[in-house]
Write a protein that binds this ligand. Sequence first.
Ligand code: UDP
Length: 257
Amino acid sequence: MTKKEKSSSNFDGAILKKSPNQTSSIFERPDGRKNTELRPVWAKVGVVPNADGSAIYASGDTIAIAAVYGPKQMHPQHSQNPEKGTLRCTYLMNSFSVNERIKPGPNRRSMEISKITEWALEPVLMLKDFPSQVIDVHINIIQADAGTRCAGINAASMALAHAGVPMKSLVTSVSAGKLDKTLVIDLNKEEEDFEKGEGPTDIPLSFTADGKLTHIQLDGKISPAQLKEAVEMAKESCKEILKVQIEALKNSVGDEK
Ligand code: UDP
């Protein structure tokens, strides 16, 4: 099956079947993952030699590259904040990252995701130590299969650490979701497009290493009780992702930037 055929296949999803003990239902995911199972994750730092820090982070077919430049003097001067430094994130989804080519350049969606990324990362940065300076983070999505903002945040967090920017913690991000009534982790595009029953709910979240939430968004409908459960599921998954981030950073020790 080609990639195109794979991504356009219709996930009719609500294949609810009884578990072996016949007491609860299991939601069959299109790629056969368990509800709490992440897509295969890999990461590497030091992938953009000219940047001060860089990282690539992949979750299944979603791949993000982040490059950090700075801290450096902010230009133009009137944009400087003499009280603290500025984190400036630029998220870009490349035209070729999805099957249906997208128009190049910034748009409303990329501007929103750039802002969200700044808000997710700012709580761990000591920006007060860098008055009038800027830290530029450029995030490029080179392949997209949903969860690109989370992949971008994960790559950016690693790239900042790789650049030696002082941080209280790494930030780790994942998307929790509800397909009809069932909670799942790390939705792919096929799942995001699921339309049966209550349809899809997408909840991207980001956490510090000690489990403090730095970002949450919600697209869809969910009860307060299930939202609480989704947050806990995402927190657990982020512990797995954090290990991959740390391992990648450790592996770079001794490498030339
Ligand atoms: N997408 C697309 N074209 C676009 C925007 C998004 O094909 O112009 C796809 C892409 O696979 C993306 C997914 O839709 O990952 C979900 O996009 P969303 O805006 O929900 O953000 P994400 O889940 O990537 O953070």
